[in-house]
Every structure is written in C-alpha cells, then in structure tokens.
Design a protein around this ligand. Structure first.
Ligand code: CUA
Length: 155
C-alpha cells in the first residue's frame, strides 16, 4: 500500500492524541478519583428500610445552623414529608429511592438530582431566604408523578 508521507504523519499524530486523552482520562478517573459526582455510595434498594441511615429518615442538626436530612423517595412521595429549618441553614440531603428513578429538585435553587435505586445521592443546599420551598420529582416515575412533591419551610 502506498501511503503519502503526510498521511502517515497525521495518522501518527491523531493516534498519539487519542492515546494521550485516554491516558489523561484514565489518570483522572482512577488516580485522582475524578469520576462523575454521585453514584459512588451503594445501597440495596430492596433493603432501604433496614439500612442505616435510611431506617430512620428525618432531620438532624449537625452544626451551627447546619442540618442533615436523610430522605427516601418512593412512588409517589418523599419521606419525611414536612421539613422546617431556620433561614441561613445549610442542609445536607442524603437521598435514595426505594423503587424507581425519581428526581429531587428544590424549585428556585440549583439543587437538582436524579435519585436512582441502588445509589445514595448527596445534595447540599443553603436556604438564605425564608419561605416555602417546593420540592418536586422531575423524573417521570409513573401515574402519580405529577403529585410527587413536598415543601421545605424556612422560617
Ligand atoms: Cu417520582 Cu416522578
């Protein structure tokens, strides 16, 4: 086969670039642990009720105006349903699903996540302004998807 010299050069360069990107990506993912966020903590979705901390969903103060909320999502609700925190509170949500893929979106904030059965998702949100924050499921999960919502009261 007769290959033009510049063709060989460019083939070598592009192959070299592919190798370089693969090495860089592999290095970031495995050596630096820069895998996509979330999905690293696993849970048996059949045993959410027996698995800590999801055996006791609720809110717990962990610092000066800092809270941890352990929450399960299921067809078609959030547990716990009612949450109240003071203004300025930073809330660390620990979320998992008991059945299908749900969404967790706090309307009017950047807090937004896909809650996949088998995985634990961590979302942190600081509530600067008092008010009622609507939390909705934004992944279609079945017939009751439209009514799957709750509120967080910030006083
Ligand atoms: Cu849960 Cu849509």
């Amino acid at each position: 086969m007769n290959m033009h010299k510049s063709e060989k050069v460019w083939l070598t360069i592009s192959f070299g670039m592919i190798m370089l990107f693969m090495i860089a990506t592999g290095y970031q993912a495995f050596a630096l642990g820069m895998a996509p966020p979330g999905g690293v903590e696993l849970i048996d979705p059949q045993k959410v009720n027996e698995t800590a901390p999801f055996d006791q969903p609720g809110i717990k103060q962990i610092g000066d105006n800092e809270y941890e909320v352990v929450m399960t999502l299921q067809l078609f609700s959030f547990t716990p349903m009612e949450l109240e925190v003071p203004a300025g509170a930073t809330v660390h949500f620990k979320l998992t699903s008991k059945d299908v893929v749900h969404g967790f979106q706090i309307v009017g904030t950047n807090a937004n996540g896909m809650i996949v059965p088998g995985y634990i998702t961590d979302i942190t949100q600081t509530f600067h302004e008092p008010g009622e924050y609507l939390v909705i499921c934004n992944e279609y999960c079945g017939i009751g998807h439209q009514v799957m919502a709750t509120t967080i009261k910030v006083y």
